[in-house]
Design a protein around this ligand. Structure first.
Ligand SMILES: [Zn+2]
Length: 223
Protein backbone atom coordinates (compact mmCIF):
# COMPACT_ATOMS: atom_id res chain seq x y z
CA UNK A 1 0.00 0.00 0.00
CA UNK A 2 0.99 3.60 -0.66
CA UNK A 3 0.59 5.71 2.46
CA UNK A 4 0.88 9.47 2.88
CA UNK A 5 3.04 9.27 6.03
CA UNK A 6 5.17 6.16 5.55
CA UNK A 7 5.56 5.72 1.79
CA UNK A 8 5.11 2.24 0.36
CA UNK A 9 4.63 -0.44 3.02
CA UNK A 10 3.67 -4.06 2.88
CA UNK A 11 1.09 -5.31 5.34
CA UNK A 12 -0.78 -8.51 6.04
CA UNK A 13 -4.55 -8.66 6.26
CA UNK A 14 -4.98 -11.64 8.56
CA UNK A 15 -8.71 -11.95 8.56
CA UNK A 16 -9.14 -10.91 4.94
CA UNK A 17 -11.56 -13.70 4.20
CA UNK A 18 -13.71 -12.87 7.18
CA UNK A 19 -13.92 -9.15 6.44
CA UNK A 20 -17.23 -8.15 4.92
CA UNK A 21 -18.68 -5.18 3.08
CA UNK A 22 -16.65 -1.99 3.16
CA UNK A 23 -13.86 -3.55 5.25
CA UNK A 24 -13.25 -6.15 2.53
CA UNK A 25 -13.29 -3.52 -0.23
CA UNK A 26 -10.96 -1.34 1.84
CA UNK A 27 -8.13 -3.86 1.61
CA UNK A 28 -8.45 -4.67 -2.08
CA UNK A 29 -6.46 -3.33 -5.01
CA UNK A 30 -7.29 0.30 -5.88
CA UNK A 31 -9.05 0.96 -2.57
CA UNK A 32 -8.45 4.34 -0.96
CA UNK A 33 -8.93 3.58 2.70
CA UNK A 34 -8.46 4.67 6.26
CA UNK A 35 -6.41 1.93 7.90
CA UNK A 36 -5.22 1.12 11.40
CA UNK A 37 -2.00 -0.83 11.28
CA UNK A 38 -0.34 -2.92 13.96
CA UNK A 39 3.43 -2.99 13.73
CA UNK A 40 5.59 -5.80 15.07
CA UNK A 41 9.25 -5.13 14.23
CA UNK A 42 9.24 -4.91 10.42
CA UNK A 43 5.86 -6.52 9.90
CA UNK A 44 2.61 -4.61 9.57
CA UNK A 45 -0.83 -6.09 10.01
CA UNK A 46 -4.09 -4.34 9.15
CA UNK A 47 -6.21 -4.06 12.29
CA UNK A 48 -9.10 -2.02 10.96
CA UNK A 49 -10.03 -0.85 7.49
CA UNK A 50 -12.64 1.56 6.26
CA UNK A 51 -13.05 2.32 2.56
CA UNK A 52 -13.06 5.99 1.58
CA UNK A 53 -13.26 5.42 -2.19
CA UNK A 54 -12.92 2.19 -4.11
CA UNK A 55 -13.11 3.54 -7.68
CA UNK A 56 -15.69 0.91 -8.50
CA UNK A 57 -16.33 2.30 -12.00
CA UNK A 58 -12.87 1.17 -13.16
CA UNK A 59 -14.01 -2.43 -13.08
CA UNK A 60 -16.32 -1.77 -16.04
CA UNK A 61 -13.56 -0.73 -18.43
CA UNK A 62 -10.57 -2.99 -19.10
CA UNK A 63 -8.45 -0.21 -20.63
CA UNK A 64 -8.92 2.13 -17.66
CA UNK A 65 -8.57 -0.72 -15.15
CA UNK A 66 -5.27 -1.87 -16.69
CA UNK A 67 -3.93 1.70 -16.54
CA UNK A 68 -4.96 1.96 -12.89
CA UNK A 69 -3.00 -1.22 -12.17
CA UNK A 70 -0.04 0.17 -14.07
CA UNK A 71 -0.15 3.33 -11.89
CA UNK A 72 -0.08 1.12 -8.79
CA UNK A 73 2.88 -0.82 -10.17
CA UNK A 74 4.76 2.45 -10.80
CA UNK A 75 4.11 3.47 -7.18
CA UNK A 76 5.38 0.16 -5.87
CA UNK A 77 8.57 0.43 -7.96
CA UNK A 78 9.31 4.11 -7.26
CA UNK A 79 8.06 4.21 -3.69
CA UNK A 80 10.27 3.85 -0.66
CA UNK A 81 9.33 2.85 2.85
CA UNK A 82 9.56 5.30 5.68
CA UNK A 83 9.40 8.65 3.88
CA UNK A 84 6.37 10.85 3.22
CA UNK A 85 4.53 10.14 -0.01
CA UNK A 86 1.74 12.70 0.33
CA UNK A 87 2.37 14.16 -3.16
CA UNK A 88 2.49 10.72 -4.76
CA UNK A 89 -0.74 9.73 -3.02
CA UNK A 90 -2.52 12.92 -4.15
CA UNK A 91 -1.33 12.36 -7.70
CA UNK A 92 -2.53 8.77 -7.96
CA UNK A 93 -5.87 9.62 -6.31
CA UNK A 94 -6.42 12.46 -8.79
CA UNK A 95 -5.49 10.21 -11.72
CA UNK A 96 -7.68 7.31 -10.53
CA UNK A 97 -10.57 9.73 -10.06
CA UNK A 98 -10.15 11.05 -13.61
CA UNK A 99 -9.73 7.54 -15.04
CA UNK A 100 -12.86 6.32 -13.30
CA UNK A 101 -15.16 9.31 -13.70
CA UNK A 102 -14.01 11.74 -16.36
CA UNK A 103 -14.66 10.14 -19.72
CA UNK A 104 -13.92 13.42 -21.52
CA UNK A 105 -10.23 12.92 -20.77
CA UNK A 106 -8.61 10.29 -23.02
CA UNK A 107 -6.97 7.49 -20.95
CA UNK A 108 -3.72 7.99 -22.87
CA UNK A 109 -3.56 11.59 -21.58
CA UNK A 110 -4.03 10.47 -17.96
CA UNK A 111 -1.32 7.84 -18.53
CA UNK A 112 1.13 10.47 -19.82
CA UNK A 113 0.35 12.83 -16.93
CA UNK A 114 0.84 10.13 -14.32
CA UNK A 115 4.11 8.83 -15.83
CA UNK A 116 5.69 12.26 -16.16
CA UNK A 117 4.48 13.87 -12.95
CA UNK A 118 5.33 10.75 -10.95
CA UNK A 119 8.84 10.68 -12.44
CA UNK A 120 9.24 14.40 -11.64
CA UNK A 121 8.22 14.09 -7.97
CA UNK A 122 10.24 10.91 -7.49
CA UNK A 123 13.59 12.56 -8.21
CA UNK A 124 13.60 12.35 -12.02
CA UNK A 125 12.62 15.93 -12.87
CA UNK A 126 13.85 16.66 -16.41
CA UNK A 127 15.41 20.00 -17.36
CA UNK A 128 13.05 21.32 -20.03
CA UNK A 129 13.71 25.06 -19.96
CA UNK A 130 15.87 25.24 -23.07
CA UNK A 131 18.79 23.75 -25.00
CA UNK A 132 21.37 22.49 -22.51
CA UNK A 133 24.24 23.68 -24.73
CA UNK A 134 23.25 27.02 -26.27
CA UNK A 135 20.25 27.87 -24.01
CA UNK A 136 17.96 28.46 -27.00
CA UNK A 137 14.36 28.20 -25.81
CA UNK A 138 12.46 29.00 -29.01
CA UNK A 139 13.33 26.58 -31.82
CA UNK A 140 12.36 22.97 -32.27
CA UNK A 141 13.75 20.86 -29.40
CA UNK A 142 14.98 17.28 -29.01
CA UNK A 143 14.74 15.23 -25.80
CA UNK A 144 17.63 13.17 -24.48
CA UNK A 145 15.59 10.59 -22.53
CA UNK A 146 18.52 9.12 -20.61
CA UNK A 147 19.88 12.44 -19.38
CA UNK A 148 16.51 14.18 -18.98
CA UNK A 149 17.65 17.29 -20.91
CA UNK A 150 16.68 18.95 -24.20
CA UNK A 151 18.74 20.28 -27.10
CA UNK A 152 17.93 22.54 -30.03
CA UNK A 153 18.16 21.26 -33.60
CA UNK A 154 21.76 22.53 -33.98
CA UNK A 155 23.07 20.99 -30.75
CA UNK A 156 21.09 17.71 -30.69
CA UNK A 157 22.97 14.46 -31.27
CA UNK A 158 21.66 11.16 -32.62
CA UNK A 159 19.23 9.31 -30.43
CA UNK A 160 17.33 12.34 -29.14
CA UNK A 161 13.55 12.31 -29.58
CA UNK A 162 12.02 15.19 -31.56
CA UNK A 163 9.64 17.22 -29.41
CA UNK A 164 6.83 18.99 -31.26
CA UNK A 165 6.17 22.39 -29.66
CA UNK A 166 2.78 21.44 -28.21
CA UNK A 167 4.24 18.28 -26.69
CA UNK A 168 7.11 20.20 -25.08
CA UNK A 169 4.64 22.73 -23.67
CA UNK A 170 2.56 19.85 -22.25
CA UNK A 171 5.66 18.25 -20.69
CA UNK A 172 6.64 21.55 -19.02
CA UNK A 173 3.09 21.99 -17.76
CA UNK A 174 2.85 18.45 -16.33
CA UNK A 175 6.20 18.73 -14.55
CA UNK A 176 5.79 22.09 -12.90
CA UNK A 177 2.18 23.31 -12.65
CA UNK A 178 0.27 23.06 -9.35
CA UNK A 179 -1.27 19.58 -9.09
CA UNK A 180 -4.85 20.86 -9.29
CA UNK A 181 -4.10 22.21 -12.79
CA UNK A 182 -2.20 19.20 -14.13
CA UNK A 183 -5.11 18.01 -16.33
CA UNK A 184 -5.73 21.50 -17.77
CA UNK A 185 -4.17 21.37 -21.19
CA UNK A 186 -5.26 20.19 -24.60
CA UNK A 187 -3.45 18.46 -27.42
CA UNK A 188 -4.83 16.90 -30.60
CA UNK A 189 -4.97 13.07 -30.64
CA UNK A 190 -1.68 12.77 -32.52
CA UNK A 191 0.03 15.07 -30.00
CA UNK A 192 -1.33 13.00 -27.10
CA UNK A 193 -0.04 9.82 -28.73
CA UNK A 194 3.46 11.32 -29.08
CA UNK A 195 3.31 12.71 -25.53
CA UNK A 196 2.36 9.31 -24.10
CA UNK A 197 5.11 7.58 -26.08
CA UNK A 198 7.68 10.07 -24.77
CA UNK A 199 6.57 10.01 -21.12
CA UNK A 200 6.60 6.20 -21.18
CA UNK A 201 10.05 6.03 -22.76
CA UNK A 202 11.34 8.65 -20.32
CA UNK A 203 10.07 6.68 -17.32
CA UNK A 204 11.56 3.44 -18.70
CA UNK A 205 14.90 5.20 -19.32
CA UNK A 206 15.00 6.44 -15.71
CA UNK A 207 13.63 3.32 -14.01
CA UNK A 208 15.07 0.01 -15.13
CA UNK A 209 12.00 -2.16 -14.70
CA UNK A 210 9.66 -4.23 -16.89
CA UNK A 211 6.13 -3.21 -15.96
CA UNK A 212 3.82 -6.20 -16.40
CA UNK A 213 0.67 -4.05 -16.15
CA UNK A 214 2.00 -1.82 -18.95
CA UNK A 215 2.66 -4.87 -21.14
CA UNK A 216 -0.91 -5.99 -20.51
CA UNK A 217 -2.31 -2.51 -21.27
CA UNK A 218 -0.39 -2.41 -24.55
CA UNK A 219 -1.50 -5.94 -25.47
CA UNK A 220 -5.10 -4.65 -25.50
CA UNK A 221 -4.30 -2.56 -28.56
CA UNK A 222 -2.30 -5.08 -30.58
CA UNK A 223 -4.46 -6.97 -32.99
ZN1 LIG B 1 21.41 24.49 -28.79
Amino acid sequence: MLTADHGVIRAFVKKARRLKGTSAAATQLLGYSQLSLFRNRDTYTVDEAEAVDIFFELRNDIERLSLAQYFCEICSVLGTEGSSAADELRLILNCLHMLARNHNLPPVMIKAIFEMRMAAISGFMPELHGCLRCEDTEGEMFFNLNEGVIFCGKCAKNGCKPLPKGVLAALRHICSCPLERVFSFTLPDEGLRILSEITEQYLMAQVDHDFTALAFYKSLFEF
